[in-house]
Write a protein that binds this ligand. Structure first.
Ligand code: SAM
Length: 263
């Protein structure tokens, strides 16, 4: 079957239907990326129109999950960009933890490797049990995996041997389970950072490798909201390819690449 490229009007219609029928709002995401990925799925299921594909999504829960997966991309690992995590542990967390009600947010936490990495560092620094991490994502599948806390060896490549021994248990099937102490600091929940309200007074916000999928305006608005959710002295930790260009206007200072502090 020859696949006909779909028009922008049809695509607009498709985006509206996603919102009306499934509550999926992709308006802040880069449109050609969403369109390209959707077209691949249409081809895969031999749908000739977005209408046909919407009907398929309505009739098949698995296909709906697959669609969300493809749009969001959940790639992650423990201690992604390890040297920055060691900087966080050695230089910034000791200062941030002077606040006894330390509260962190891992926004776009995927299957939990990021918030658990932070939790391991809190354990290492003997942070009080009241030091907590809220971890959020829009993908319910990854959140379910995160709550289990069981990982393949490949997501643990950056975990130092001593941490592996202290904070993981090797299971019979060769996978690794994070310890209860590490788990107990993290609370996972659904949250759409482009839509839902933000909590206040965070000491640390991690938002890494998420905004690459967002349009410039959505991204700028997001960083504005993050900045106002930090307490004074609180920090934002971004991903390897990410920058907050207008950080000064947001009352942030660039501490070193990847780290911003609210002044
Ligand atoms: C590539 S993963 C990054 C995971 C982790 N932060 C890291 O750096 O390893 C991106 C995650 O962001 C989530 N995400 C995308 N859009 C989101 C939104 N609007 N609100 C919350 N999470 C979102 C995706 O579901 C996905 O799990």
């Amino acid at each position: 079957m020859q696949f006909q490229p779909l028009s922008d009007e049809e695509f607009e219609w498709f985006l509206k239907q996603l919102n009306i029928k499934f509550g999926i709002d992709l308006s802040g995401y880069k449109p050609h990326r969403v369109k390209r990925r959707t077209e691949i799925l249409l081809k895969k299921y031999r749908c000739e129109s977005f209408d046909e594909y919407i009907k398929l999504l309505l009739s098949d829960e698995e296909k709906k999950k697959e669609f969300i997966d493809k749009m969001t991309i959940n790639v992650t690992e423990f201690f992604r960009n390890p040297e920055k995590w060691w900087a966080l542990r050695d230089r910034y967390l000791p200062i941030l933890l002077k606040n006894h009600n330390f509260k962190a947010w891992s926004a776009g936490c995927s299957s939990g490797e990021e918030p658990y990495s932070l939790s391991i560092l809190l354990e290492e620094l003997r942070a009080p049990k009241t030091a907590k991490i809220i971890a959020t994502d829009i993908d319910m599948n990854v959140l379910a995996k995160a709550k289990q806390g069981v990982y393949e060896e490949q997501s643990l490549v950056n975990v130092p041997q001593s941490y592996l021994q202290k904070y993981f248990k090797k299971l019979n099937d060769g996978k690794y389970q994070v310890s209860d102490a590490v788990k107990s600091r993290v609370q996972f929940k659904y949250h759409n950072m482009l839509k839902d309200p933000f909590d206040k007074d965070y000491d640390l916000i991690l938002c890494r490798n998420v905004v690459i999928y967002f349009e410039v305006e959505a991204k700028n608005e997001l960083y504005r909201n993050f900045a106002s959710s930090l307490r004074k002295g609180g920090m934002i930790f971004v991903g390897g390819t990410e920058r907050i260009f207008d950080y000064k206007e947001l009352n942030l200072e660039l501490v070193e690449s990847f780290f911003y502090r609210k002044v």
